[in-house]
Ligand binder design. Sequence first.
Ligand code: 5RP
Ligand code: FE2
Length: 231
Amino acid sequence: MQQPFRIAPSILSADFARLGQEVDDVLASGADMVHFDVMDNHYVPNLSFGAPICEALRRYGVTADIDVHLMVSPVDDLIRAFLDAGATHITFHPEATLHIDRSLQLILDGGATAGLALNPATPLSTLDHVLDKLSMLLVMTVNPGFGGQSFIPAMFDKLRMARAMIDAGGFDIRLEVDGGINPDNIGEIFDAGADTFVSGSSIFSKRSDQDPNRYDSIIKAFRQPLLQRSR
Ligand SMILES: O=C(CO)[C@H](O)[C@H](O)COP(=O)(O)O
Ligand SMILES: [Fe+2]
């Protein structure tokens, strides 16, 4: 059975100088998987990290799902690189490839699960004809490129529409939200239909160097509103 909700910390906001320990700590504190934001200073105006860091986390011993969010154009070469690097799931933006179906198939043929990410102004109709290939639909709740932005309220309606579309078609697709998610808004976002929650700055800014389980209280704060609702 699918988990009713999953929390995916974005390592974009982690301390890169001790990334392996950061990932260990956030998973030990109850996070469900690792969200991996790849930015190329072309599709988005920022630069982050690539497949060698994913491969290094696997070599370090991370066994949790690695949820790769590609904000790059073109996508196919990096899809291949992340398949080789041990990605569990790969999501890309439909504007970033000329051949959406072919890029999705490349992911599936490589043994990972596939997702599409829709920017705030990209319509749900972009997904027509490829829904059967998706395990995840990522609704961007900020414009991509940076952590620490505010959730765009117009995305509530989009999430309700996305949930209705997934349920009406009987698809086994998780509905992920990314950008500006925090313990104060996560309950309402769940109510709108999301089941997978990415958060970077609101989690990693809460580290405490004194506490050995330093993300326990913030992960608990994210989970609490969801536990109340999914009982
Ligand atoms: O894809 C992203 C940005 O393009 C990040 O995953 C997202 O912004 C998470 O960061 P925060 O929780 O700080 O908003
Ligand atoms: Fe992301």
